[in-house]
Design a protein around this ligand. Structure first.
Ligand code: PLP
Length: 383
């Protein structure tokens, strides 16, 4: 199997698997228990909190562990709105992940107004339009750092500064960027930043919301007083420990990963563009070094994915949750693409576990497969 679907999820590092297994087996105490065994579990949780904080330039006290990116996003958006009932507006963009868009839709159904700022053909949102939307005094601005489908990276620092000037709370969805590129919470001074461990070789079902010291959260999961009353429920200690190990590894190896994965992705992209005339890369610079979203216009991404899968190659179309659906990607459509190009958009996303040999194997298979599908669609058209 060749796994080029690392924006959907990544393989956990061997040291993560080992830490999760060891913690589950040996330190199963409840970290809220007063006995020494409980305090051993507490110590592991706090070590992981410091590791996650260090990855993103935050203070350990700012990190709330959650069940992943989706919960972090819900916590940020819902508590910002609940804490500012006098402001009945949210601003976001058209290319956000469904975790943000669907949460905004749910809040809109409760009566909130949601404004979505558009992007240009490169996938970048318009800073001027965003500043204009901020002037209407929304409760919250929710933006993405890097896009999960195209890898396009937004200028978050500039946006956070504009929002601060207007006194608007900011949430940054850094789920795709954390562990790959710098997520400098201390420079951004965003109120909330969402993270998810499984995107950087940690376990699934564990994430964090980084809450700036200025900001307050209102718990959406009520119960015990865990996470300083901000997220009830007994902590997922093995998951938290695994996330800490993955964060520590990502911090230490971030540069080296960029230097090895970037050239592999570029080799792949060059190979595809030179072998397949119709292929076009979606998304402008700057882009995540591991992501390549390529359209094969007039073809259906789902058909390409199935044939790739028959050849043992995993890739994706759109967000992980929507692969298999026939809808063209909302991100590609938001970039102004025609439906034929958006329908044929395939996302290839690499990780530190991919090799040059794998890139060359995919390049051996892909052109023939695209030619076959193009021939089939021509014969359907002429029939
Ligand atoms: N935000 C972005 C940009 C994502 O790519 C994802 C996952 O695909 C999420 C949020 C949701 O994260 P999780 O899968 O941890 O709930």
């Amino acid at each position: 199997m060749i796994y080029f679907d690392n924006n959907a999820t990544t393989a956990p590092l061997p040291e993560v698997v080992e830490a999760v297994e060891r913690t589950s087996r040996d330190v199963y105490a409840n970290p809220s228990s007063v006995h020494q065994f409980g305090q051993q579990a507490r110590h592991l949780v706090e070590t992981a909190r410091a590791q996650v904080a260090e990855l993103v330039g935050a203070r350990p006290a700012d990190v709330i562990f959650t069940s992943g990116g989706t919960e972090s996003i819900n916590l940020a958006l819902r508590s910002a709105v609940a804490l500012h009932p006098q402001r009945q507006r949210i601003v976001t963009t058209t290319v956000e992940h469904s975790a943000v868009l669907q949460t905004c839709d749910a809040l809109a159904a409760q009566g909130l107004e949601v404004a979505k700022v558009g992007v240009d053909e490169h996938g970048k949102y318009d800073q001027a339009a965003l500043r204009e939307a901020l002037a209407d005094e929304p409760a919250l601005l929710s933006i993405q750092h890097a896009n999960n489908e195209t890898g396009v990276i937004q200028n978050v620092a500039e946006t956070c500064a504009s929002a601060r000037e207007q006194g608007v709370i900011v949430h940054v969805d850094a789920v795709q960027s954390a562990g790959k590129i710098a997520v400098p919470c201390d420079q951004w001074q965003a109120d909330f930043v969402s993270l998810s461990a499984h995107k950087f070789h940690g376990p699934k079902g564990i994430g964090a919301l980084v809450v700036n010291r200025r900001a307050t959260v209102q718990s959406i999961i009520t119960g015990g007083s865990q996470e300083r009353n901000r997220r009830g429920g007994t902590e997922n200690v093995p998951g938290i420990v695994g996330m800490g190990v993955a964060a520590e590894h990502a911090r230490r190896h971030q540069m080296e990963s960029a230097e090895t994965i970037g050239p592999l992705r570029d080799r792949f992209e060059r190979g595809v563009l030179s072998a397949i005339d119709s292929a076009v890369v979606n998304g402008g610079a700057p882009r995540l070094f591991n992501t390549s979203n390529i359209s094969f216009p007039q073809l259906q991404a789902e058909a390409i994915l199935l044939l790739l899968s028959e050849n043992g190659i995993c890739a994706s179309a759109g967000a992980a949750c929507s692969s298999g659906s026939l809808e063209p990607s909302h991100v590609l459509l938001a970039m102004g693409m025609d439906v034929a190009r958006a329908h044929g958009g395939v996302r290839f996303s690499l990780s530190r576990f991919n090799t040059e040999k794998e890139v060359d194997e995919v390049l051996d298979v892909l052109p023939g497969l695209i030619a076959r599908l193009a021939g089939l669609s021509r014969s359907v058209e002429t029939r």
